[in-house]
Design a binder for this molecule. Structure first.
Ligand code: SF4
Length: 414
C-alpha cells in the first residue's frame, strides 16, 4: 500500500484523571469539563483596541480563555476596559509585582496567573489569595522551570528537577490554604519536553487541582509546534491535563489553532472546522497533491464545516484508502472523481476539483451525506472512476514507482 490516509475516525478512548472543577469566568476547567484552549496576547495591554482585536482573533481561532499581561498600571487600566468587551474570559499574567495582581482584580479579570518563582513574600501571596477568595476569582499557580524559586533551585542540587517544580507548586498551595483559598489550577512548564512531562506526571499524583499544560518557550514553528505537541499530547494520552496552551514564537492565532487542532485530532473536543486529510503523493499521483491540498485548506479556511475531507492524488487507490472521509476527491486522467463516504458521486474537470469539493462539503454539512448520495448518479460516477482507474493501471502498471525497473538497472551495474 502506498497511502497512509486514515480510513476511520476513532473517538478518543483516553481515560481522563479526576480533577476538581474551577470556573474561569463561566468556562469550566477540570472535573470532566471539555479540555480548553488558551493563548496569550502579544499587544501592550494598555492598547485596548489592539488587544481586543487580538482577543477576537484568538477566540475565532479556537481559544476558550485568553491571558493578557498586567505588568504596569496602564495595563490594569486597559484590562478594566477590555474585560467587559471580551468574548472570552481574561486571565491577568502577573510577575514580580503583587500589587499588579490586586489592580487586575479591581479591573475585573476572571483569573490570575501567579509565578511563585518571582512573587516570593508570603504576606504578598496571602494578600492576593485573600482578595481572590473574597471575589471568587481563581488563580493559576504557574511554575516555570526557567524562573524557579532560588531556594528550591539550590535545595535540588542547583538543577531544575520535576521534584523541585512540584514542590514549588505545593509551597504556593500551602500559602493559599493559610487564608482558606484553594480555587486553583496549576502548571509546571519547562522548555524541556521530558522534564515537563515528568513534572506533570508527579504533580498529577499529588493533587486533584486541574492542570494547565504547556511546553514553555517552545520556539517558532515548526519546531515549537513539534515540541509542544510532543509534551502536551503525551500527557493528554495519559489522561493528564484540563486546559492547554501552545507557547510559540509566532502570531498567537497559530497557538490557538494548534491547540484546537490537537484536541480535535485526539478526539478530545468536537470538530469545529474541516479535518483535511491528503495522501502524501507518490509515483502514481495525477496532480500536484501538495498544491491542491493547500488550495483546499485555503478554500475551507476557518469555515465551520466539521467534516473530514480528503484530497487524493490518484483514482487508483485514493477513493478506497480515504473511504472513511465524509467527502473526498481523487485525480485521474485530467479529471477529479468526487466520492462521499467511499462512493463515487460525480466527475469534474481537474481545474474545478477544489471548488466542487467545497460545494459538496457544504451540501453534506447542510443536508447530510445520505441526501448527497441520493442526489448523485453513483452508478455512472463509479463507472467513470473505474474507467480512469483502468486507464491509469494500464499506463502505469502495478508498479507506479518503477521500482522493479530500477532494481534491474542496479543489478546490471554490479
Ligand atoms: S497518488 Fe494515489 S497511490 Fe499515491 S499516495 Fe496518493 S492516493 Fe496513494
Amino acid at each position: 500500500m502506498t497511502c497512509e490516509a486514515r480510513a476511520v475516525e476513532v473517538q478518543s478512548s483516553f481515560e481522563r484523571r479526576r480533577t476538581r472543577r474551577i470556573n474561569v469566568g463561566g468556562v469550566p476547567v477540570g472535573g470532566g469539563a471539555p479540555i480548553t484552549v488558551q493563548s496569550m496576547t502579544t499587544t501592550r495591554t494598555a492598547d485596548v483596541e489592539g488587544t481586543l482585536q487580538q482577543i477576537y482573533d484568538l477566540a475565532s481561532a479556537g481559544a476558550d480563555i485568553v491571558r493578557c499581561t498586567c505588568n504596569e498600571l496602564e495595563a490594569a487600566e486597559g484590562l478594566a476596559q477590555i474585560v467587559p468587551r471580551s468574548p472570552v474570559p481574561i486571565v491577568a499574567d502577573i510577575h514580580h509585582q503583587y500589587r499588579m495582581a490586586l489592580a487586575a482584580l479591581d479591573a475585573g479579570v476572571h483569573c490570575l496567573r501567579l509565578n511563585p518563582g518571582n512573587i516570593r513574600k508570603p504576606e504578598h501571596i496571602r494578600a492576593v489569595a485573600s482578595e481572590c477568595r473574597d471575589r471568587g476569582v481563581p488563580i493559576r499557580i504557574g511554575v516555570n522551570g526557567g524562573s524557579l524559586h532560588p531556594d528550591l533551585y539550590r535545595k535540588h542540587g542547583d538543577r531544575v528537577t520535576p521534584e523541585a517544580m512540584v514542590e514549588s507548586a505545593q509551597m504556593e498551595l500551602d500559602f493559599f490554604r493559610e487564608v482558606d483559598f484553594d480555587d486553583v489550577k496549576i502548571s509546571v512548564k519547562a522548555s524541556s519536553v521530558p522534564l515537563m512531562i515528568e513534572a506533570y506526571r508527579q504533580l498529577s499524583e499529588t493533587t486533584d487541582h486541574p492542570l494547565h499544560l504547556g511546553v514553555t518557550e517552545a520556539g517558532p514553528p515548526p519546531v515549537g509546534l513539534v515540541k509542544s505537541t510532543a509534551g502536551i499530547a503525551a500527557l493528554l494520552a495519559e489522561g493528564i491535563g484540563d486546559t492547554i496552551r501552545y507557547s510559540l514564537t509566532a502570531d498567537p492565532v497559530q497557538e490557538a489553532k494548534a491547540g484546537r487542532q490537537l484536541l480535535e485530532s485526539m478526539g478530545l473536543r468536537e470538530r469545529k472546522n474541516v479535518d483535511l486529510i491528503a495522501c502524501p503523493s507518490c509515483g502514481r499521483a495525477e496532480i500536484d497533491v501538495y498544491a491542491v491540498a493547500e488550495q483546499a485548506m485555503e478554500a475551507f479556511g476557518d469555515r465551520e464545516i466539521p467534516l473530514q475531507v480528503a484530497v487524493m492524488g490518484c483514482v487508483v487507490n485514493g477513493p478506497g484508502e480515504a473511504r472513511g472521509a465524509d467527502i473526498g476527491i481523487a485525480a485521474g486522467n485530467g479529471r477529479g472523481h468526487l466520492f462521499v463516504r467511499g462512493r463515487n458521486v460525480a466527475v469534474v474537470a481537474e481545474q474545478d476539483m477544489v471548488q466542487s469539493l467545497v460545494q459538496w462539503a457544504e451540501m453534506i454539512h447542510e443536508h447530510g451525506a445520505e441526501a448527497a448520495l441520493a442526489k448523485a448518479d453513483t452508478v455512472a460516477a463509479a463507472r467513470e472512476a473505474e474507467r480512469d482507474r483502468r486507464r491509469l493501471l494500464d499506463k502505469q502498471g502495478e508498479d507506479a514507482n518503477q521500482a522493479e525497473e530500477k532494481i534491474e538497472m542496479i543489478r546490471k551495474r554490479v
